[in-house]
Design a binder for this molecule. Structure first.
Ligand SMILES: Cc1cc2nc3c(=O)[nH]c(=O)nc-3n(C[C@H](O)[C@H](O)[C@H](O)COP(=O)(O)OP(=O)(O)OC[C@H]3O[C@@H](n4cnc5c(N)ncnc54)[C@H](O)[C@@H]3O)c2cc1C
Ligand SMILES: *[C@@H]1O[C@H](CO)[C@@H](O)[C@H](O)[C@H]1NC(C)=O
Ligand SMILES: *[C@@H]1O[C@H](CO)[C@@H](O)[C@H](O)[C@H]1NC(C)=O
Ligand SMILES: *[C@@H]1O[C@H](CO)[C@@H](O)[C@H](O)[C@H]1NC(C)=O
Ligand SMILES: *[C@@H]1O[C@H](CO)[C@@H](O)[C@H](O)[C@H]1NC(C)=O
Ligand SMILES: *[C@@H]1O[C@H](CO)[C@@H](O)[C@H](O)[C@H]1NC(C)=O
Ligand SMILES: *[C@@H]1O[C@H](CO)[C@@H](O)[C@H](O)[C@H]1NC(C)=O
Ligand SMILES: *[C@@H]1O[C@H](CO)[C@@H](O)[C@H](O)[C@H]1NC(C)=O
Ligand SMILES: *[C@@H]1O[C@H](CO)[C@@H](O)[C@H](O)[C@H]1NC(C)=O
Ligand SMILES: *[C@@H]1O[C@H](CO)[C@@H](O)[C@H](O)[C@H]1NC(C)=O
Length: 593
């Protein structure tokens, strides 16, 4: 009886909220805009377009709801980690064998839930550099993508909030570069590890030439070491689903979100005006097939893997690839799915003789349960952060021998090549030796290696081929070796001398070849894939979308997600994705208002 009442109450709430589980509950299949993918970017576009009551919007999301999913709410890494595939929250993708990683096949997680990867990612909030955005402006010939023009969109997206423990954050960030009235809540670590923290900050004083303190890494000039900021508010994950689709927005009469709806392809191609356009979006729910139509625009926000997959199944892509699979080519656009990049990552840890580390909770079930109970009670305690971290953003030495063979891939002199995330606990998942540790998660944020996302079947439901091309450039391998040297240098600073017991893995007494082999056998992706539908200048001989995010050669079709970034920002990618979405929504509104 009680269950029955609850189920009915749930249904009423769901119906009022207009997040539908079944296509038969939709009021119609005709809208002004159809957005494919209710992910990080898609939900931003959905919110912004429906600010105009005259626009009707349908969001088609293949995955499940984020509502009530505890693993998506609790920031501590162990929880989000539970969502990674194979689970109902994940697409369960794997890469093709990676030549640069000794032919290993890697899991390549993409969230299969409302909010997309913002519902399960690591929540690092890092925008990239002024140079990165100024380079996007130069590549696209559109000053609208420059740092100065994009900064207002960062502000519009962001709602800075106090940390979960309400500690004094003066001297830990620069309020002048943050937004306080936006959607995505951001904050600094809300649980303290005082011994670790004082040693990290002391290191910036002992080694100021390599690790200068930087008050705010989101100012556009991140070089140095500073306090990491997270997309976490009041001890909980802030995602595009929890913010841009909060109940007050979902209630809008003109916004409709359908779950469990996997888009197969764009259908009903037209060429009346001499330019290709599509009349509808074909999607599947269970075994039923539907077509939704958009009178104004179709917006692809299916992410760096999903978006090129849908384009190719719709006949938009490289003619050679499509021909081989018997898919009729409607538009030969050879850059679809090409030129993708991700940032290779690697980790190292050191045993320490102090016990204020994350192992206090990760290695003791009683304390873990206590921490969970505390989080459940008050959203405070050791689970309020993904993993409390400082980040150092570093450049390779200007006279490094690698620059004899490679042009510097960074966007400018204020842009890092290397990221070191310094944590009070073991770095890298899956290590569970007893003891207490400090760690360095290392990444090359300016990779030269490129890969592709392509298809291997004419069946839209078949998984795409994801080749991230990891470590296929010797520059990338060199940079990871350098990253390890900087991490070693960090923990060799005098302040650590009395507390470091020793490295978990001996990287010192091995040859350079042996180190390369370890890297190829253990490095993995940051899961920051971009570039599969890259922006380029209007007259460029390559690229998928123009600077207004319109698919080149197609009318009424835009792409708004991480796939349009032609090069990976020297940062984690969600902040850049959010500003692409905020500006993308503005561009669409400007066209139709
Ligand atoms: C495990 C993990 C950790 C990460 N950690 C961080 C981090 O700490 N900080 C950071 O800045 N970035 C991080 N990233 C990267 C960042 O989250 C992504 O770059 C960003 O969220 C991408 O946003 P998007 O809108 O392009 O795609 P997504 O957020 O993936 O959204 C795409 C949506 O489209 C849906 N979709 C796809 N295909 C279809 C279809 N055919 N029909 C219907 N719906 C479809 C998907 O289910 C998904 O909801 C992480 C990524 C992962 C996977
Ligand atoms: C991923 O794997 C899980 C577990 O096998 C399964 O339930 C889920 O449906 C899979 N996801 C997709 C998108 O197929
Ligand atoms: C559209 O039609 C024009 C002529 O009417 C033709 O030149 C062009 O190739 C067609 N384009 C597509 C994508 O079918
Ligand atoms: C990949 O990007 C480069 C520019 O960085 C461009 O010259 C090249 O044509 C692109 N390749 C494809 C297949 O789009
Ligand atoms: C941590 O170390 C301190 C000092 O050595 C000791 O007093 C304390 O009991 C330890 N705490 C835990 C939880 O192990
Ligand atoms: C685990 O934590 C509890 C509570 O603090 C403590 O009593 C117990 O001794 C710890 N167990 C171990 C093995 O350290
Ligand atoms: C979490 O809190 C709720 C009440 O808010 C309580 O019912 C539930 O038992 C708690 N769960 C745990 C595991 O403590
Ligand atoms: C540069 O290339 C040359 C020739 O391939 C090679 O011998 C040398 O080791 C390379 N330098 C670096 C730093 O990789
Ligand atoms: C690609 O398709 C072929 C033919 O169907 C199949 O044999 C092969 O296993 C597929 N490759 C992958 C990586 O899925
Ligand atoms: C490297 O070798 C030296 C000499 O044998 C030894 O003292 C040192 O501890 C070794 N380093 C590591 C990290 O094991």
């Amino acid at each position: 009886m009680l269950t029955r009442v609850l189920v009915m109450a749930g249904c009423v709430a769901a119906c009022l909220c207009k997040v539908y589980d079944s296509a038969s509950d939709l009021p119609s299949l005709s809208f002004d805009f159809v957005i494919v993918g209710g992910g990080t970017a898609g939900n931003v576009v959905a919110n912004r377009l429906t600010e105009n009551p005259d626009f009707s919007v349908l969001v088609l999301e293949a995955g499940v709801s984020n509502e009530g999913v505890l693993d998506s709410m609790i920031p501590f890494w162990k929880f989000g980690g539970n969502l990674l595939g194979p689970t109902i929250y994940d697409w369960n993708y794997t890469t093709t064998p990676q030549a640069g990683l000794n032919d290993r096949v890697l899991d390549y997680s993409r969230a299969h839930m409302l909010g997309g990867c913002s519902s399960h990612n690591g929540m690092f909030y890092t925008r990239g550099t002024q140079d990165d955005f100024d380079r996007y402006a130069k590549l696209t010939g559109d000053p609208g993508w420059s740092w100065d023009a994009i900064l207002p969109y960062f502000m519009k997206n962001e709602k800075w909030v106090p940390p979960a423990d309400h500690h004094d954050t003066r001297g830990q960030f620069d309020p002048s570069v943050h937004g306080t009235a936006g959607f995505i809540q951001t904050s600094i670590s809300g649980f303290q590890y005082p011994i670790f923290q004082s040693k990290v900050l002391q290191t910036t004083k002992e080694l100021p030439d390599v690790f200068p303190f930087n008050l705010d890494m989101n100012s556009g000039k991140p070089l140095g070491l500073g306090w990491l900021q997270y997309t976490i508010g009041h001890g909980r994950r802030s995602s595009s689903a929890t913010s841009y689709l909060a109940p007050e927005f979902i209630r809008r009469e003109n916004l409709h979100v359908l779950l469990h709806a996997q888009v197969a392809k764009l259908v009903d191609p037209r060429n009346a005006t001499g330019t290709l356009s599509f009349g509808g979006v074909q999607f599947l729910q269970g075994t039923s097939q539907f077509t939704a139509t958009a009178s104004k625009e179709i917006v692809l926000s299916a992410g760096t893997v999903g978006t090129p997959n849908i384009l190719m199944h719709s006949g938009v892509g490289d003619q050679g690839i499509l021909n081989a699979l018997g898919i009729p080519t409607l538009l030969h656009l050879p850059s679809v799915g090409q030129n993708v990049s991700d940032q290779p990552a690697f980790a190292a840890s050191w045993a320490v003789n102090f016990n204020q580390t994350m192992e206090l909770v990760t290695q003791n079930t009683t304390r873990f349960n206590e921490a969970f109970a505390e989080w459940n009670r008050s959203h405070t305690g050791p689970l309020v952060d993904f993993s409390p971290t400082y980040v150092a953003w570093l450049r390779l030495d200007a006279d490094s021998p690698i620059f004899e063979n490679h042009t510097d891939p960074s966007a400018g002199l204020d842009t890092p090549h290397i990221e070191l995330a310094i944590t009070p606990g073991v770095a890298g998942f899956g290590v569970s030796e007893p003891g207490h540790f400090v760690g360095a998660g290392m990444a090359l944020v300016t990779p030269i290696s490129r890969g592709s996302v392509t298809i291997n079947s004419s069946d839209p439901l078949a998984p795409p081929l994801i080749d991230i091309g990891m470590l296929t450039s010797d520059f990338d391998l060199f940079a990871l070796r350098e990253a390890l040297k900087r991490a070693q240098q960090f923990f060799e600073a005098p302040v650590w001398r009395d507390s470091i017991i020793g490295p978990v893995q001996d990287f010192e007494n091995i040859t350079s070849d042996a180190l390369d082999e370890i890297i190829r056998n253990t490095a993995g992706p940051s899961l920051h894939l971009v570039g599969s539908a890259g922006m380029s200048a209007r007259d460029a001989p390559y690229g998928v979308v123009d600077p207004d995010l319109r698919v080149k050669g197609v009318e009424g079709l835009r792409i708004v997600d991480a796939s349009v970034l032609p090069l990976v920002p020297s940062a984690h990618t969600q902040a850049a994705t959010y500003v692409v979405a905020e500006r993308g929504a503005d561009l669409i509104k400007q066209r139709w208002e």
